[in-house]
Design a protein around this ligand. Structure first.
Ligand code: CA
Length: 227
């Protein structure tokens, strides 16, 4: 299910849009300000953000700029009420994928969202980069970054991170991780998986005794926390 984040301070527009998007099968997150919207975007990694320009606190342009820096592959559709904003939206540096003028027809919005999701998918499919904030994994150069700082990983650790980051939220058993990383003919101790997870956590977690990225799934194995 595609996740849409709706950043709009006018409650009636939010509600009306949410109802229409949910009817279309989208999962919808709502934010009434840019600040809340940014928090939700980083936490839930939506596919597309519907972003109003006039917001209390930081405005839609500022939100757009931060989103682009932190989540390069996020789709952004701006909502504008003023004609002079259209010039800024169309400006090269705005980072917007599309925009709609208010009042808008929900059917039109849904068409725009679907076409944007299709475009984004083909970009993602052809990319060697996996971005899961604050992490970035470059499969071409085999490098891994946390908040833009490179963390040097061993080939085994890199293989495990690649499995996790390609499947956020999915639980993997120790056996699966062993097969996928060491090969099914590996005859050593399965504890090698835990040893490597411990090392990875020490390298990538903020506090490796309270891991929040690589979660333990009791009785099974491990999972990359997708929240
Ligand atoms: Ca507004």
């Amino acid at each position: 299910m595609n996740k849409i984040l709706l950043i709009e301070d006018e409650e009636n527009i939010r509600l009306f849009t949410k109802i229409n998007l949910e009817r279309e099968g989208f999962s919808v997150l709502e934010a009434e300000s840019g600040e809340i919207g940014l928090d939700l975007a980083l936490k839930y990694n939506p596919d597309v953000v519907i972003l109003d320009i006039m917001l209390p606190g930081i405005d839609g342009f500022e939100v757009c700029k931060v989103l682009r820096e932190k989540i390069p592959y996020i789709g952004i559709i701006m909502l504008t009420a003023k004609t002079q904003d259209v010039d800024r939206i169309n400006g090269l540096e705005s980072g917007t994928d599309d925009y709609l003028s208010k009042p808008f027809n929900p059917v039109e919005l849904i068409l725009r969202i679907k076409s944007l999701i299709r475009r984004l998918k083909s970009i993602k499919d052809n990319s060697d980069l996996i971005m899961l904030y604050p992490f970035k994994l470059d499969l071409y150069s085999k490098s891994f970054y946390k908040a833009e700082k490179e963390i040097v990983l061993t080939p085994t650790e890199l293989s495990i991170i690649t499995i996790f980051m390609s499947n956020p939220g999915r639980a993997f058993s120790r056996n699966e991780l062993l097969d996928m990383t060491w090969g099914s003919d590996f005859e050593g101790d399965i504890k090698i998986v835990d040893v490597n997870i411990r090392r990875l956590r020490a390298k990538i977690e903020d506090n490796s005794s309270k891991p929040k990225y690589i979660e333990t799934v009791w009785g099974t194995g491990y999972r990359w926390n997708s929240n």
